[in-house]
Design a protein around this ligand. Structure first.
Ligand code: GAL
Length: 413
C-alpha cells in the first residue's frame, strides 16, 4: 500500500474512534463481533461482564450474520474513519491489510508485560497476530472446525447406537431416513459447506494429503487419488444433507438439538448452542473430533484487534482490555461458555465437558493443524467457499468440483 494512501487512511481513522471517556463510567469502548447466536451471546457476555467489572463500560457492537457478513462491515468502518474501539476477527490473515496500513494498535508492550510469548499455546496463535516482530491482536480462543455433532434422541428413535466415526455415521443414514430423520443438517452458506468439505477431506483423504493441499498448497495433491476419494465422499454427504433448508449454522445445530437431524459437521462453537439448550454432552449429544477417523484439530478461533485512535485515555483502555481478555479467569469463563479451548495452558479447565476435554487432549498431544484462516488469504478462502456453495447446492460432479478446487489451490496465495 502506498505511503500516501496509508497517511490518508491513518488520518481518517484517527478522527472518530467510537469510544468515550467519562469519570462516571470509566471508559466506554464499542466492541464489534459477529457472535449473535444463543451460545455466542452468552460467551461474549462473559467478556462484557469482566470489562464492566473494572468500572469501564462495554458497548456491545454485535453484527448479525456470519463472519462473511460482519468482516466487510468491520474492515470498511476502520478504513472509512469510523472505527470501533475493539473488534473480533479470526486468527490469521483477515487483518493483514489493516495492519500494513498502520490502522491497528501495536500490542507488543502489553504482550511482553503479560508474557504472552510463553503462555499462548500453541505459539502459532501469537504468530498469526505478529507482523514484522510486532503483535497486533490478542488471541482469545481456539476453535476447530473438524467436528461432527450427533443427536442421541435421533439415534434412539432409529434404534441405533450413536456412531463412533464418519463411516458408521454414513452407514446409519438409511435407518435415520427410515425413521423420518434428516441424516445431516447443513446451513446453506458456503463457509459452512467449506467446513464440512474440510472435515471430510481430513478424515477421508488423510492428514498427509490435507497438509499437502492446505499447508503446501500443492495442486497436484488436490488432483490426486486421496482427494478424489474425498470429493466422492462429499457427494455422498451432499445427498445426506438434501432437504436441510436452513441458512444460519446455529439453525442447523438446532436441528440436531431437536433431533430433526441426526448430525451436523460444524466447528466446536456449536457446543454453546447445546449448552444454552440445556443439553448435556454424553447424554443428549456426542461429538467426534476429526469425524472420529483422524482426531486432530485446527487452530482456528478468534482474536481481538484495536483500531488506533488519538485519545491516550482510550488507547490506555484498549490496552487494558487486551490484557483482560487473555487473563486466566476471563479465559476460563469465556471459553467454557463459548465451547472453545483457551489460548493459555496454565489455567484450570477441569470443569470443561467431555467434548472440550477431547479437544484439550488433542491439543496437549500436539494433534494441531493450522486453520484455513491462517493458511489462505481471504481472497482464496472466499473462492473456496464459493466453490463449496455451488458444489453442495447442485448436482456438480465430484470430478468437476475437484478440478475447480485444484485450480484454486494452484493459484492460492
Ligand atoms: C467463527 C468464529 C466462531 C464462531 C463462528 C460462527 O468464525 O471463530 O467464534 O462463532 O464463526 O459464528
Amino acid at each position: 500500500m502506498s505511503k500516501t494512501l496509508k497517511s490518508i487512511l491513518l488520518g481518517t481513522a484517527l478522527t472518530a474512534a467510537t469510544a468515550t471517556v467519562s469519570a462516571a463510567e470509566g471508559v466506554e469502548l464499542e466492541v464489534t463481533h459477529w457472535w449473535t447466536s444463543g451460545g455466542e451471546a452468552a460467551a461474549v457476555g462473559k467478556f462484557a461482564d469482566a470489562w464492566n467489572a473494572t468500572g469501564n463500560t462495554w458497548v456491545d457492537g454485535a453484527i448479525a450474520g456470519s463472519g462473511g457478513t460482519a468482516r466487510p462491515i468491520i474492515i470498511s468502518r476502520i478504513i472509512g474513519g469510523d472505527p470501533m474501539a475493539a473488534t473480533q476477527l479470526n486468527h490469521g490473515r483477515q487483518a493483514e491489510e489493516l495492519i500494513e496500513a498502520g490502522l491497528l494498535l501495536d500490542l507488543t508492550d502489553v504482550a511482553e508485560a503479560g508474557d504472552w510469548a510463553n503462555i499462548v499455546n500453541p505459539s502459532s496463535l501469537l504468530g498469526a497476530c505478529t507482523l514484522d516482530g510486532k503483535i497486533y491482536c490478542v488471541p482469545v480462543n481456539i476453535h476447530s472446525a473438524q467436528w461432527i455433532w450427533l443427536s442421541h434422541a435421533a439415534y434412539e428413535k432409529a434404534g441405533l447406537e450413536v456412531p463412533a466415526n464418519w463411516n458408521e455415521f454414513t452407514a446409519s443414514a438409511g435407518a435415520l431416513q427410515a425413521a423420518g430423520t434428516l441424516p445431516l443438517a447443513m446451513g446453506q452458506q458456503g463457509w459452512q459447506q467449506n467446513i464440512a468439505f474440510g472435515a471430510i477431506t481430513l478424515a477421508v483423504a488423510g492428514q498427509d494429503a490435507w497438509n499437502g493441499v492446505n499447508i503446501d498448497k500443492n495442486a497436484d495433491v488436490a488432483r490426486g487419488p486421496e482427494y478424489t476419494a474425498a470429493f466422492e465422499a462429499v457427494v455422498a454427504a451432499r445427498d445426506l444433507a438434501a432437504g436441510s433448508n436452513v441458512q444460519d449454522w446455529n439453525m442447523a445445530t438446532n436441528m440436531v438439538i431437536t433431533a430433526e437431524a441426526g448430525a451436523q459437521i460444524m466447528g466446536d462453537w456449536a457446543q454453546g448452542e447445546f449448552s444454552v439448550a440445556g443439553q448435556v454432552e454424553g447424554t443428549d449429544y456426542s461429538c467426534l473430533p476429526g469425524l472420529g477417523l483422524n482426531p486432530v484439530i485446527d487452530t482456528g478461533g478468534d482474536a481481538f484487534y484495536f483500531p488506533v485512535n488519538d485519545d491516550p485515555e482510550i488507547t490506555a483502555a484498549q490496552l487494558e482490555l487486551a490484557a483482560l481478555l487473555i487473563s486466566p479467569e476471563v479465559q476460563v469463563s469465556f471459553n467454557l461458555a463459548k465451547g472453545s479451548l483457551p489460548v493459555r495452558g496454565d489455567i484450570d479447565m477441569s470443569t470443561a465437558n467431555g467434548c472440550m476435554q477431547k479437544g484439550l487432549k488433542i491439543l496437549a498431544d500436539g494433534g494441531v493443524l493450522p486453520s484455513g484462516d491462517i493458511a489462505f488469504s481471504q481472497d482464496t478462502t472466499l473462492q473456496l467457499e464459493d466453490l463449496q456453495a455451488q458444489f453442495w447446492s447442485s448436482d456438480m460432479s465430484a470430478a468437476d468440483a475437484q478440478a475447480a478446487y485444484a485450480e484454486i489451490i494452484e493459484n492460492a496465495d
